[in-house]
Design a protein around this ligand. Sequence first.
Ligand code: FAD
Length: 461
Amino acid sequence: MTSASFIPTAVPKAAPEANVIYWFRNDLRLDDNPALTHACQHASNLVLVYCHDLVMEKMTRWNVPRTSQHRQYFLASALADLNAQLSLQDSQLLGIKGSAAERLPALARDIGATTIYCEEIAAPEEQEEVATLRAAGLTVHTVWQSSLLDPADLPFAVDALPDVFTSFRTLVERHEVQPPLPLPRPEKIPALPPTFAAVREQWNKADLLISPMLTTHAKSKLQYQVQADSRSSFPCFLPAFSGGATTASAHLQQYFERKLAHTYKLTRNGLTGADYSTKFSPWLASGAMSARSAYVALKEFEATHGANDSTYWIWFELLWRDYFRLLHLKYGRQLYLAKGLTSLPPPTHSARRFDAWCQARTGEPLVDAGMAELAATGYLSNRLRQIVASYLIHDLGCDWRAGAAWFEAQLIDYDAYSNQGNWLYISGRGTDPRNGRRFNIQKQVHDHDRDGIYQRLWNAL
Ligand code: FAD
């Protein structure tokens, strides 16, 4: 697939349409949400929806679930927060059971809409959803908005994105490319259509709505398991670590107020605790925090308290996040092939060894500790993500796509771009100039857990 199909078309200026649908995807926020701002400007009446695709509750081809309880829990809290914010603006979120491709044409018919606005997501499944909606006769306006930098501001076309991160970063810095400023939230969310209450009632009766907003169901199911783990580096059972834009903004503020940014580079390879890295990722992945608002907070911090290597390194890591997004714009589906961007033969695989890895039973204490933490909490440090991924691919001889699927299920910060990009990188089928990373476990133990504290913490399960 070429990049052309991924470049969002500018939303045309037009007279407001009567009834329009806004479809929330991985952009669960009102602030700095250009797609939502466009929808608000172009609609007289607006229905805001989130679709919970039931495929997310099924098993994958690797015989692992598509979504873990932790991810569901975090998502449910993000949706509840979004709904609460919308209700302050006299609106509400309609939580729909089923895929967008299946349900939105029916909803559009019932409320008399022909237009949908949403964010652009350059991953294959998400592209197919939009293509199906268009094939059903709907006009779908998508807006690219999840990256820090605007692709239009780059000193090269996305097709010419350098295949090495350092070259990309150097070009961005040499040309002093700056992210656009975050947008304020829409002043007014257009009212719900007059027919909305009747349609809602009808959909509720047909059991097509998630009521009230996934939350009660997911929370009651998860309360026990999630609360059980106080060792978590991202304790999402605590109110301060729940999903949604309200906690995202409070987290950002406290992170910089406590001046943690000044030591980020020194602590970022830590394995336990809430403060060794920014912990922005779960909010960034669900869209509750925009990368641009994180960047503004970083710049304000530097202006007040001074810049150093550590503050620079937060920008550096956010550029990695952008890089994997841009790679999707350049390569699309190719990133999802077994061979990735190479012509290597398909990877080997062993379902037995993969299962042992998922269940934290490989016999390698550091790897098992990491896998235990991941399954128990839905979060894992970057260092351990690299170590366990390398071990699965290079020591256990398993298919990197199986590992990526397990991470997809488990990670509360699951993000198609970063997950796919990092797995490909470590497997040597992506853009690593060294053709993949194989981590020496003994060296990693020596460098990061010499006294065995982390291994004992998680292997004592
Ligand atoms: P920090 O170290 O504080 O970094 C700040 C921000 O920079 C992060 O929130 C993230 O947005 C970005 N960032 C940092 N490192 C990376 C990186 N290697 N790649 C891309 N962006 C980065 N990150 C996800 O958000 N979702 C994923 O699904 C995901 N899957 C991964 C799979 C593997 C195999 C590996 C090795 C890494 C993966 N990462 C993923 C990247 C990284 O591990 C996490 O972004 C990071 O650990 C999140 O914690 P943090 O917010 O405290 O990060």
